[in-house]
Design a protein around this ligand. Structure first.
Ligand code: SF4
Ligand code: SF4
Length: 443
C-alpha cells in the first residue's frame, strides 16, 4: 500500500480518548448475532475472495489485503481478545477499515459461503469510532448532519434560493421549469447529494428540466433533502439512523408516494437497505418506497415520457461505470443498459461489469476523507483505470457522485483521455424539448 504514515500520524494524534474496554464489549455483544458468529467461524481460508478485491489486485496481490485476512486481523481479533485491545491495534484497524476496504461487497459475491466482509468491516468501523478512531473529515461532515440535517450545514433558506436560482437558469432555454419546494401529495420527493447545491447546482437544474419535461408530480423538501449518509461510513450508526429518518419522516409529512434518490450510490444503499435497520424499523423496509434516478430515467425513456433526438446520440465510444451501490448492491444494472442505447451509438461495456464490476476506488467514504487520502484512492483505482482504458471509451457515464469524481481523478492520474458525464446531463443535452417547454419565440 502507498505510504501515508504522516497523514495517519496526524489523524491518530487527534485522538486522546483512552481505550474503553466496556464500550468495545458492548458493541461486540450487540453485534454478535448468528450471522456474524457463523461468518467468523465458517471461513475456510480458501482464498477465493482475494482475487475479487480490487484493493488486493491493485496492490501487488499483497496477501494482507485479501478480504478474509482483513476481517481476521480486525473483527476476528476483537472477538478473540474479548475487547482487550490496545491503541496500536486500533491504529491498524483504522488502516484496514478505511484505507483497505471500501465496503463494496464484491468479495461476498465470490465467497462460496456468501460471507459478507463489508458488513463485518462496518462493525469494525463502529468499534473504532467508539474509541475515537475515525477519519476527521468524515467526522466533521457527520457532525454537520447532527447540527443541520445535512453534511454541508446548508441553511434552509440557501437551499430554497438555490432551487429558485436553478429554475430561473433553466427558464432561459426551457419554458415552465419549476423546482417546487415542500409541495404536498406528490409522487416523488426528490432528495439530493449536498455536493449538488454547493458544487454542481446545475445538477438540480437538470433534474428540474427532466422532471418538468416528463410532467412529473414532485418536490424537493426544505429539510430531509440530503439522502447521503457519511455517518454510516464513519461508524456512527445512531447518527446514520437519524439521517435516514429525517428523509423518511419528511416524505411522510409531505405525503409523498416515493422518495427519489439523485445519481448517488451510497445514498441508495443507505436509504433502502441499511437505513431501515439503522433507524430502528424492524421490518427492514423503508416506510416510504425509495426509487433511484436510474430506475426513473429508464421508465421515462421506455414509456416515451422523455424522448431523445437520435441526431444527438453520442457518437464517441462510451462506457458505463456500474456504481457498487446502484448495480451490485442496488440491483439496477439492467436498467442502466436499457437506458444507454437511447443515448449512445457505440457502447462498450467494461469487463467485468454489472454486479461483478469493480469499485472505482472512491467508495466507502474515502472520497470525502479529503485530498490527503488521494494517493490511496489513486493506487487502488488502478484496476478501474485499466478497465476503462481497455474499453477504448472516451466518455464514461457515472450515475454516482463518488464514482464521478474518482473517475475524473483517475482520468488525470492515468492519462485516460476521458470525459465523465452523469445521465441527467446527457439526457438534458439530447432530449427533444416538448412543445410546452419550448421558449417563447421573440420578434
Ligand atoms: S468489500 Fe470490496 S474492498 Fe472490501 S474486502 Fe471486499 S472486495 Fe475488497
Ligand atoms: S472466499 Fe469466503 S471462505 Fe474463502 S477465504 Fe474468502 S471469506 Fe473465507
Amino acid at each position: 500500500m502507498v505510504d501515508i504514515s504522516d497523514v495517519l500520524e496526524e489523524e491518530f494524534a487527534r485522538n486522546e480518548i483512552p481505550v474503553d474496554q466496556d464500550k468495545i464489549r458492548q458493541i461486540l455483544k450487540a453485534n454478535r448475532g448468528a450471522r456474524i458468529r457463523t461468518w467468523l467461524s465458517i471461513c475456510s481460508r480458501c482464498g477465493l475472495c482475494a482475487e475479487s478485491c480490487f484493493v488486493y489486485l491493485a496492490n501487488d496481490r499483497d496477501p494482507q489485503l485479501s478480504p478474509a485476512y482483513k476481517v481476521k486481523q480486525t473483527l476476528g481479533k476483537m472477538y478473540r481478545r474479548k475487547g482487550r485491545l490496545s491503541r496500536d491495534f486500533f491504529e491498524n484497524c483504522y488502516k484496514i477499515a478505511w484505507l483497505q476496504c471500501t465496503m463494496c461487497k464484491r468479495c461476498s459475491v465470490f465467497c462460496p459461503f456468501g460471507i459478507d466482509v463489508a458488513t463485518m468491516i462496518a462493525i469494525v468501523r463502529s468499534v473504532c469510532y467508539s474509541q475515537g478512531f475515525k477519519p476527521h473529515s468524515l467526522y466533521e461532515f457527520s457532525e454537520n448532519c447532527r447540527k443541520s440535517g445535512n453534511h454541508m450545514a446548508i441553511p434552509k433558506e440557501e437551499l430554497i434560493d438555490t432551487c429558485e436560482w436553478m429554475a430561473e437558469e433553466a427558464e432561459d432555454d426551457y419554458r415552465g421549469v419549476a423546482i417546487p419546494v415542500d409541495r404536498r401529495d406528490v409522487k416523488y420527493m426528490y432528495t439530493i447529494n449536498p455536493r449538488e447545491p454547493v458544487y454542481y447546482p446545475q445538477d438540480i437544474s437538470y433534474a428540474g428540466i427532466i422532471l418538468s419535461a416528463a410532467g412529473e408530480s414532485w418536490t424537493i423538501p426544505s429539510f430531509g433533502w440530503d439522502c447521503t449518509n457519511l455517518p454510516m461510513f464513519c461508524g456512527d450508526r445512531e447518527l446514520a439512523g437519524r439521517q435516514v429518518k429525517n428523509v423518511y419522516e419528511k416524505a411522510e409529512e409531505l405525503n409523498a408516494e416515493n422518495i427519489l434518490i439523485t445519481e448517488c450510490g451510497h445514498a441508495y444503499r443507505s436509504m433502502v437497505f441499511e437505513g431501515p435497520y439503522m433507524a430502528g424499523y424492524d421490518s427492514g423496509h423503508p416506510p416510504v418506497k425509495v426509487v433511484h434516478f436510474v430506475r426513473l430515467l429508464y421508465e421515462y425513456l421506455r414509456d416515451g415520457r422523455i424522448k431523445i433526438d437520435p441526431a444527438k446520440k453520442i457518437k464517441e465510444p462510451v462506457t458505463y461505470q456500474d456504481p457498487c451501490n446502484v448495480s451490485r448492491n442496488g440491483g439496477l444494472w439492467e436498467e442502466a443498459r436499457r437506458i444507454i442505447p437511447y443515448l449512445a451509438e457505440d457502447f462498450r461495456d467494461m469487463s467485468p461489469n454489472r454486479d461483478h464490476n469493480h469499485c472505482c476506488g472512491g467508495g466507502g467514504g474515502i472520497m470525502p476523507m479529503g485530498p490527503k487520502y488521494k494517493p490511496v484512492r489513486m493506487a487502488s483505482g488502478r484496476v478501474k483505470a485499466d478497465q476503462i482504458r481497455a474499453t477504448g471509451a472516451k466518455i464514461v457515464i457515472a450515475p454516482c457522485h463518488n464514482c464521478f469524481d474518482q473517475i475524473n481523478d483517475l482520468g488525470e492520474e492515468y492519462d485516460l483521455g476521458i470525459k465523465v458525464l452523469s445521465l441527467k446531463e446527457i439526457i438534458v443535452e439530447a432530449m427533444i424539448v416538448p412543445d410546452h417547454m419550448k421558449p417563447e419565440a421573440h420578434e
